[in-house]
Design a protein around this ligand. Structure first.
Ligand code: PGA
Length: 249
């Protein structure tokens, strides 16, 4: 299946960072990109980034959304607002949201449902902590997160899962390829258990310290259908190198 390379800028990027999106559009505009390319800038830049990519191949997404479409929720942004700004995807349930904002699987399921309501593709993040992995519970943890974090009535089309072991995010450490293959296999099984054959069509991204120098082997691992990229997505040159390493379907 065609891979998705999703950049998560987190709380980084002022106006000048739009130059990176311009550079990506210019680079990928010359030929069909080898994968679907998505940048999720901070909310303040979503509209401008989408404008920048109007005719370009780069998709723009949000990093979070509220479950309601509007209302008295100071500081929050709804899925409809992101869509209105030109976003087509939204990340939900990133481990930093779970950790710093107390997001539970139930909240994440509601946000993913809100994304679908607003015609955005939700990227639902799951992943174990270091102690859970050491205790041999990684598979169990992600299976439970999938069961509770995917909305009850969700259809598998246009659903994206991002597996990000918490201990690999921003640390420069990654699981071995065998470990990535094993847990992506567990995630696939769980999706097929839930959706039948159509579960094979759900993209499962790997995230956590993906860089130009390790992207090739990770992206070629079985059941890895792309990557969620933090630090390395801030520079167009790094995203380009990662994209070059992606297998074409
Ligand atoms: P990283 O972040 O690539 O900087 O490890 C990944 C993420 O948190 O999405």
């Amino acid at each position: 299946m065609r891979q998705l390379l999703a950049g998560n800028w987190k709380m980084n990027g002022l106006h000048a960072a739009l130059g990176e999106i311009r550079a990506l559009n210019r680079a990928f505009g010359k030929g069909a990109p080898p994968a679907d390319i998505l940048i999720c800038p901070p909310a303040t830049l979503v509209a401008l980034a989408a404008k920048e990519s109007d005719d370009g191949p780069i998709a723009i997404g949000g990093q979070d959304c509220h479950e309601k479409s509007s209302g008295a929720f100071t500081g929050d942004v709804s899925a409809e607002m992101l869509r209105d700004c030109g976003a087509t995807y939204v990340i939900v349930g990133h481990s930093e949201r779970r950790q710093y904002h107390g997001e539970t699987d139930a909240i994440i399921a509601a946000k993913a449902a809100a994304a679908r309501r607003a015609a955005l593709i939700p990227i639902i993040c799951i992943g174990e902590s270091e102690s859970e992995r050491e205790a041999g519970r990684a598979g169990q943890v992600v299976t439970a997160q999938l069961a509770a974090g995917i909305p009850q009535d969700a259809a598998p089309d246009g659903l994206v899962i991002a597996y990000e072991p918490i201990w690999a995010i921003g640390t420069g450490r990654t699981p071995s390829l065998a470990e990535i293959e094993a847990i992506h296999g567990t995630i696939r099984e769980s999706l097929v258990g839930r959706f039948g054959e159509r579960g094979n069509g759900v993209r499962i991204l790997y995230g956590g310290s993906v860089k130009p120098d390790n992207a090739g082997p990770i992206l070629k691992t079985r059941n890895v259908d792309g990557a969620l990229i933090g630090g390395a997505s801030l520079k167009a040159a790094d995203m380009l190198s990662i994209a070059k390493a992606a297998p074409r379907s």
